[in-house]
Design a protein around this ligand. Sequence first.
Ligand code: THU
Length: 137
Amino acid sequence: MPSRADDVDWDALRAAAVSVMRQAYAPYSSFPVGVAGLVDDGRVVVGCNVENASYGVGLCAECGMVSALHASGGGRLVAVACVGANGAPLMPCGRCRQLLWEHGGASCLLETPLGVLPMSEVLPQAFGAEDLDRAGE
Ligand code: THU
């Protein structure tokens, strides 16, 4: 599986994100989001945002993608493309960066408006499972 940005078919991953973005349920924000993740076994999992009349209950696209990751067999995310309505790379919100960290870790690559970056640069000094272990020391 690709560990270098050059080894990822970013056009295909972005196309999958654009395709699922068109399925978004975003009647309240009118801000559809789609995300596609390449899994370490070669699968591609996708998600779109799904809003709710109770605004705070809305689900970000990344939530759907992570659910699809586990529902389809688990694994680790190695590369992620997230897009908005114009099909251009969109930075995940803070909560969703934490989701990507949990399921992809520091080396997971993200296509950003400033190019492909590892999660270690997207969420520096991230809080993670190791911190839970350390907290007891
Ligand atoms: N949204 C996502 O789906 N992912 C993000 O990373 C940023 C925000 C959604 C949530 C809401 O449905 C809409 O975009 C506007 O905030």
